[in-house]
Design a protein. Structure first.
Ligand code: AHM
Ligand code: MG
Length: 320
């Protein structure tokens, strides 16, 4: 079933369908550019600039950012947007009446572009709080994750897949290169309760708190009845790809606070919140190690937090 038909059958309103239309169009354009990486000097490598978080921007980071902004602006339903690549939140003047606020990481895992490893787009969709027709306020952007009306990601990999939730299950679509349409391949995907994959950047092991050190050791020690190891380690370094594999196979992804990133590396608003929303809608969990990610009241646009997400049994063992 095609994306638009699926959304209509689920009773998603026309304004939100139009926002998803913008995501569909932009992601197909980005996918086209991503698949050409290496062919043109204009799309490969660093841009020579940094984002507000001091991270080097890749040309495709900036290209994807511009592409999504253009489509969201054009759809007329989006009042404003905050992006990993933009210092400040944007208000679309021409759609003061737009109902929706977008949080986006246009190209996550972008250090993997130059080595042809999976990358992704992550997005969260909220309803604005301020009155239609007025200027947007900080509170429109700084909403707790539990207020998301929809979230998703696009995984640019062996195939291009769109994974989304409108709060009623998490669903996977594959972009069919023949028809150019996203087609439903997995409705109501569920995290296996107890996975077997442990995804963490172990170079930071010495920085882990005692509980996480204990959990890392537990993952190495635990054996099945036949004596074989219970868990295996997999870490791609693209959140979208690591999350996606764990969603299908069962597993946990952790990016804790480290010496280099004392508040954690990942951003609450456009990485942790949408991934947690998708996880919860697929029977999984998302936490910062002490509280449910979706309950955190944000204070800053580019706020970082430690992140644990995945299969419920593994999450309970990790967080205790
Ligand atoms: P980015 O948004 O700048 O791409 O950073 C986020 C990425 C995640 O996709 C990934 O899980 C993580 O950073 C990898 O970080 P590290 O290389 O420190 O393990
Ligand atoms: Mg990112």
């Amino acid at each position: 079933m095609e994306l638009k038909k699926f959304l209509a059958e689920k009773g998603v309103g026309t304004a939100l369908v139009s926002v998803f239309g913008a995501i569909e169009t932009a992601s197909k354009i980005v996918q086209g550019e991503v698949s050409r990486a290496g062919l043109g000097a204009d799309i490969f490598g660093a841009k020579g600039s940094e984002n507000i978080q001091g991270e080097e921007q890749q040309k495709l980071d900036v290209y994807a950012d511009e592409c999504f902004i253009k489509e969201f602006r054009a759809c007329g339903q989006v009042a404003g947007l905050a992006s990993e690549e933009q210092d400040n939140a944007l208000q679309f003047d021409e759609s003061l009446n737009g109902d929706y606020i977008i949080m986006i990481d246009p190209l996550d895992g972008s250090s993997n572009i130059d080595v042809n490893v999976a990358i992704g787009t992550i997005f969260a969709i909220y309803k604005r709080i301020s009155d239609n027709g007025s200027e947007l306020e900080d509170g429109d952007f700084l909403q707790a994750g539990k207020h998301q009306v929809a979230a998703g990601y696009v995984n640019y990999s062996v195939s291009t897949q769109l994974v989304l939730s409108t709060g009623n299950g998490t669903h996977i679509f594959t972009l069919d290169p023949k028809s150019g349409e996203y087609r439903l391949i997995n409705e109501n995907v569920q995290f296996p309760a107890d996975g077997k994959v442990y995804s963490i950047n172990e170079v930071n092991l010495d920085d882990f708190d005692d509980n996480l050190k204990r959990y890392a050791q537990h993952c190495k020690d635990k054996r099945k009845a036949d004596g074989k190891r219970m868990y295996t380690g997999r870490y791609i370094g693209s959140l979208v790809a690591d999350f996606h594999r764990n969603l299908l196979k069962g597993g946990i992804y952790v990016y804790p606070a480290t010496v280099d990133s004392p508040k954690g590396k990942l951003r609450l608003l456009y990485e942790c919140n949408p991934m947690s929303f998708l996880a919860v809608n697929a029977g999984g969990k998302g936490s910062d190690g002490t509280q449910d990610i979706l309950e955190i009241e944000p204070t800053e646009l580019h706020q970082r937090c430690p992140f644990y997400v995945g299969s419920p049994v593994m999450m309970d063992e990790a967080i205790g």
